[in-house]
Write a protein that binds this ligand. Structure first.
Ligand code: PMP
Length: 304
């Protein structure tokens, strides 16, 4: 049975979820998307969608910036998502991709006077980038798009050209992932993930003015770091050489999960192995997302 997608208020086989080549969003990148994960808990034979409402809150907020009108509230979007995942009978870790976009076929980049389309598809997904052996990163020659160009704070489809340029450069240089600097030369984030550093036992991450996507995983790890691990967590501008000097570092995101960084620009981070605090944070994160941590089960919505 082919996977089912949701588009134009209908559940249809994925092959029928199509758009015209004249679609405005295809020409101009005028869309807002999300990435949500659901985790299979084998013990409870249950699939849990992690932080689903927060992802849809972000999507609807981002849509205000692009003047998109989804015409549904968070609760309706969550219900549609659960129904779609059930229809696809996923019983494995799953990725959910909602997309709001200018579906009109009008010519010209603008945000008003057009119709909004909304679609969701799902797919099984394991690691997006390595989480077990550690990744090697390099600073990109591409700067992060700044807030007055394309707001990186919002998951604008067109903004991911910036990510694609940086990620491609990184891969071709033999790195696993790119790290962006802002126009001002401070650390921003990876191509599709936020970054944390650990120095002297403190967690540190670029603040919201560093042209980052306001990551839900980032927020989760700030809370878990403070509440469960008793760590001091600092959000502030972070210099490039601070990453060279970090004891530990990791990437985080819905796709990336918690991905330890072991090398930056060919310099080992710490002793070049996965750091002990990073390993602890990762272990805690995986317990929380699989609904194995009683205190945070309300972050995980059961599908079945
Ligand atoms: N930054 C960028 C550019 C991203 O695409 C993502 C993935 N959504 C993240 C950070 C991490 O955000 P989240 O934790 O909400 O998935």
């Amino acid at each position: 049975m082919p996977p089912i997608a949701f588009i134009n208020n209908e559940f249809v086989p994925i092959d029928e979820a199509r758009v015209s080549i004249r679609t405005n969003a295809l020409q101009y990148g005028t869309g807002i998307f999300e990435g949500i994960r659901a985790y299979w808990n084998a013990q409870h034979k249950q699939l849990f969608v992690f932080k689903m409402a927060e992802h849809y809150e972000r999507l609807l907020n981002n849509c205000r910036v692009l003047r998109l009108q989804v015409g549904k509230d968070v609760k309706e979007l969550c219900d549609i998502t659960l129904e779609l995942v059930r229809k696809n009978e996923h019983r494995e870790d799953t990725y959910i991709r909602p997309l709001a976009y200018i579906s009109s076929e009008g010519l010209g980049p603008k945000l008003i006077g057009y119709e909004t389309g909304f679609a969701i598809y799902t797919l099984p997904l394991g690691d997006y980038i390595d989480t077990s052996t550690g990744v090697k990163v390099g600073f990109s020659s591409w700067r992060r798009i700044s807030d007055n160009m394309i707001p990186a704070r919002c998951k604008v489809t067109g903004g991911y050209v910036n990510s694609a340029l940086a990620k491609t450069e990184a891969l071709e240089q033999g790195f696993d992932e790119a790290i962006f600097l802002t126009q001002d030369g401070f650390i921003s984030e990876g191509s599709a993930m936020n970054i944390f550093l650990i120095r002297d036992g403190k967690l540190m991450t670029p603040d919201r003015s560093a042209d980052i996507l306001e990551g839900i995983t980032r927020e989760v790890l700030i809370e878990l770091g403070r509440e469960e691990l008793g760590l001091e967590v600092i959000e502030r501008p972070v210099g490039r050489s601070e990453l060279y000097l970090a004891d530990e570092a990791f990437l985080c995101g819905t796709g990336a999960q918690v991905s330890p960084i072991i090398e930056v620009d060919r310099r080992a981070i710490g002793d070049g192995k996965i750091g002990p605090l990073t390993a602890k944070i990762q272990e805690l994160y995986f317990r929380v997302v699989k609904a194995e941590h009683p205190k945070y089960q309300h972050w995980c919505a059961p599908v079945y």
